[in-house]
Design a protein around this ligand. Structure first.
Ligand code: KG4
Ligand code: ZN
Length: 354
C-alpha cells in the first residue's frame, strides 16, 4: 500500500522538508522545500550553533510549506522520516525533535534515516528504473565513499578518504583562492575558463590502483590542497592565475575519483554507476566518469537540487526502511557519528569477485 510520508532533513545548513507518496519500489515526490542558510558564508564554514538556531526558526514554516505545496493536510501524513545522523548534533536535534513530536501527535511510524544512505536514494527518485547492483561514489562536504551496492540495504565499502572529503577539498581550495564558502560550484565555473595543464598538480593515490590491499580504492586530498597552497603562495598575480589554478586542482581531483570509480565498476562488472552528494553536481566529474567507464555503462546522477542536501532523498530512504518493517521509537537520539546501516568492509578484495 502506498504511504504518504513527510521527510525532514536538518543535518547541516539546509532546512528541508518533503512529501512523498509511494512504496519502497517507487515513490512520487509531491513537494520538496530546501531553505539554505546564508549566514555561514561570512564565516567561511558552517557555524554549528548558528545552524541550530536557524533550523529552530525555520523548521515549522518549511514543513508547512512542504505540506501546502503537496496539497495535503498534516492529518493525511502516514509516516515521518527524519535524518538521525551523521551531521551536526545540534542541527540534527532540531529536525529529530520536530519529527518525533509530529509522529507522536499523529500516532504514525517514525523512521530515523542515515544521511549518507539518503544521498544514494536521490537519483532513483528522478530515475525510477534505477536500482542495484551499482557502484556508488558518494562525494559530499563531509564524506568520500566508494561503495559496492549489490542490493538496497547492502553496502560494501571499497574505499574512503584518508583525510579531507572531496567537497571539503573544493571548499578549502576555494578559501585559498579567495572564494566564498561553499566553493565547489564556483571552482567548477572558474575551471571552465582556466587553461588545462598550466598548473599540473599531483593525482594522489592514483598509483595505489594496482594494489591488492585496502589502499586500492582509497583517496587522499590533503596533499593536493598543500600543492595548491604552494602554487598560490608562488603566484605573483592571483587574479591572473585563479582560473588556471582552479582548473589544475579540479582536473587532478576529478581524475583520481573517475579512475577509481571506473576500476571498481570493472572489477564488479556492474552495468551502472551512481554519483551522489554535493560534488556530484560537478559536470567535469560526471564527464570524466562517463569517459572512464565507457558508453556501455550507465552513469546516473540526480539533478543538482537533489544532489545537495534535501529531505526528498531522506524520504525515499525512509520509505525503503519502513516497507521492510523497520521503525524507531520516540527515544531515538541524534547521533553525529551514526554508523552507515548495512555497511561492511569489502576487504580483503578477492571476495569482491563473485
Ligand atoms: O552533499 P552536500 O550538499 O552536503 C554535505 O552533506 O556535505 O555537499 C556539499 C559539498 C560542498 O563541499 C560543496 O562545495 C560541494 O558539495 N559542491 C561541489 C559542487 N557543488 C557543490 N563541488 C564541486 N563542484 C560542484 N559543482
Ligand atoms: Zn549531504
Amino acid at each position: 500500500m502506498p504511504k504518504t510520508l513527510l521527510a525532514i532533513e536538518t543535518s547541516c545548513d539546509e532546512t528541508s522538508a518533503a512529501v512523498l507518496v509511494g512504496t519502497a519500489d517507487g515513490a512520487t515526490l509531491r513537494s520538496c522545500v530546501i531553505l539554505s542558510q546564508d549566514v555561514h558564508r561570512i564565516f567561511g564554514g558552517v557555524v554549528p550553533e548558528l545552524a541550530s538556531r536557524a533550523h529552530l526558526t525555520t523548521i515549522g514554516p518549511v514543513v508547512d510549506q512542504a505540506l501546502a505545496e503537496a496539497g495535503i493536510s498534516l492529518e493525511e501524513v502516514e509516516a515521518i522520516a527524519v535524518t538521525a545522523g551523521p551531521g551536526l548534533v545540534g542541527a540534527l536535534l532540531v529536525g529529530l525533535m520536530y519529527g518525533k513530536t509530529l509522529a507522536f501527535r499523529l500516532a504514525v511510524p517514525l523512521i530515523g534515516v542515515h544521511h549518507l544512505e539518503g544521498h544514494l536514494f536521490a537519483a532513483p527518485l528522478e530515475q525510477p528504473d534505477l536500482g542495484p547492483p551499482f557502484v556508488a561514489l558518494l562525494v559530499s562536504g563531509g564524506h568520500t565513499l566508494l561503495l559496492d551496492v549489490p542490493a538496497w540495504g547492502e553496502y560494501r565499502l571499497l574505499g574512503t578518504t584518508r583525510d579531507d572529503a572531496a567537497g571539503e577539498a573544493f571548499d578549502k581550495v576555494g578559501t585559498l583562492l579567495g572564494l566564498e564558502y561553499p566553493a565547489g560550484a564556483m571552482i567548477e565555473r572558474l575551471a571552465l575558463t582556466g587553461t588545462a595543464g598550466r598548473f599540473s598538480f599531483p593525482r594522489p593515490m592514483l598509483n595505489t590502483l594496482s594494489d591488492d590491499g585496502p589502499d586500492r580504492f582509497a583517496f587522499s586530498f590533503s596533499g593536493l590542497k598543500t600543492a595548491l597552497l604552494r602554487a598560490v603562495r608562488a603566484s605573483d598575480d592571483l587574479e591572473r592565475d585563479r582560473a588556471d589554478l582552479a582548473r589544475g586542482f579540479q582536473d587532478a581531483a576529478v581524475a583520481v575519483l573517475a579512475a577509481k570509480v571506473a576500476a571498481a565498476r570493472e572489477l564488479l562488472g556492474y552495468p551502472t554507476v551512481v554519483l551522489a552528494g554535493g560534488v556530484a553536481c560537478n559536470t567535469a566529474l560526471r564527464n570524466a566518469v562517463e569517459a572512464a567507464v565507457g558508453s556501455e555503462v550507465r552513469v546516473a546522477v540526480a539533478s543538482n537540487r537533489l544532489n545537495t542536501d534535501n529531505a526528498a532523498m531522506i524520504g525515499a530512504a525512509g520509505l525503503f526502511h519502513l516497507q521492510r518493517g523497520e521503525q524507531h521509537g520516540l527515544d531515538l537520539q541524534p547521533d553525529a557519528g551514526l554508523p552507515f546501516p548495512g555497511l561492511v568492509t569489502a576487504f580483503p578484495l578477492p571476495s569482491l569477485t563473485r
